[in-house]
Design a protein around this ligand. Structure first.
Ligand SMILES: Nc1ncnc2c1ncn2[C@@H]1O[C@H](COP(=O)(O)OP(=O)(O)O)[C@@H](O)[C@H]1O
Ligand SMILES: Cc1cn([C@H]2C[C@H](O)[C@@H](COP(=O)(O)O)O2)c(=O)[nH]c1=O
Length: 223
């Protein structure tokens, strides 16, 4: 689809790229960032690692019961900021969303007993207020569906300091929450159609899959 036809038909599209930690989201976005007329918004992980000299991501992994609420409050704010920023191209591809922050990561902390009930209640009130009062545009969710084992391998290879202590079981829990949300659709509201891309393959095969799905992604449609 050409830039002109997208603009003329007022077809501005917002696509979330979802998936487990180290499933390949950033790599996928880097690939599409080479395409003109696509705006790519990666996750603000650098902010989560450094807010005014503090590292809430690192603190959360060290002591989730104490610092989970701190990280997740900041994740929610920075995601909302990303969602509400003015689009600079007819297609926006954004890494994760305010939805996955809540439905996957906050949920996982709470279910695993690592977030006190009062912290979960306060975050939930914030989340519900935001999503009921502020329009968050989304046309399509692309789910990079990878096995927790693959993610574990890639995570070790990437070697982000804060994540060195993540065990396979953590990735399995995140995987299950993603599957319940986006595949089985049994846990939470899914705010847009879902396009599933299997993501265990090597890089070359993944690039091929991205090409095969390019038109759907540009059109913001899973059919
Ligand atoms: N298809 C792939 N095969 C092998 N390694 C990959 C593949 N895609 C990404 N990687 C590597 O795995 C690590 C995590 O990828 P990344 O794109 O950062 O994942 P995410 O953004 O989902 O956390 C990086 O080191 C990246 O180079
Ligand atoms: C959205 C979100 C993320 N995190 C953590 C999980 C990872 O350690 C990083 C994000 O890295 P990725 O390679 O982009 O998956 O942030 C979190 O703890 N809570 C969240 O809501």
């Amino acid at each position: 689809m050409s830039f002109n036809s997208l603009c003329m038909n007022n077809l501005w599209r917002s696509v979330f790229i979802e998936g487990n930690i180290a499933s390949g989201k950033t790599t996928c976005l880097e690939y599409f960032s080479k395409t003109s007329n696509i705006e790519v918004l990666t996750e603000p992980v650098s902010k989560w690692r450094n807010v005014r000299g503090h590292n809430p991501l690192g603190l959360m992994y060290q002591d989730p019961i104490r610092w989970g609420i701190t990280l997740q409050t900041y994740v929610q704010l920075t995601m909302l900021d990303r969602h509400l920023s003015t689009m600079s191209a007819p297609v926006r591809m954004m890494e994760r969303s305010i939805y996955s922050a809540k439905y996957i990561f906050v949920e996982n902390l709470f279910r695993s007993g690592k977030m006190p009930e009062v912290d979960f209640a306060v975050l939930s009130e914030w989340f519900e207020w935001i999503t009921q009062n502020i329009a968050i545009p989304v046309d399509l969710i692309v789910y990079l569906q990878s096995s927790p084992q693959t993610c574990h391998e890639r995570l070790k290879e990437r070697c982000r300091e804060e994540e060195k202590i993540i065990p396979l079981e953590y990735l399995e829990a995140i995987h299950q929450l993603y599957e319940d949300w986006l595949i089985k659709k049994t846990s939470f509201n899914v705010p847009a159609p879902v396009l599933v891309i299997p993501a265990d393959d090597d890089l070359q095969k993944m690039l091929h899959q991205y090409e095969e799905n390019r038109e759907k992604i540009l059109a913001g449609s899973n059919v």
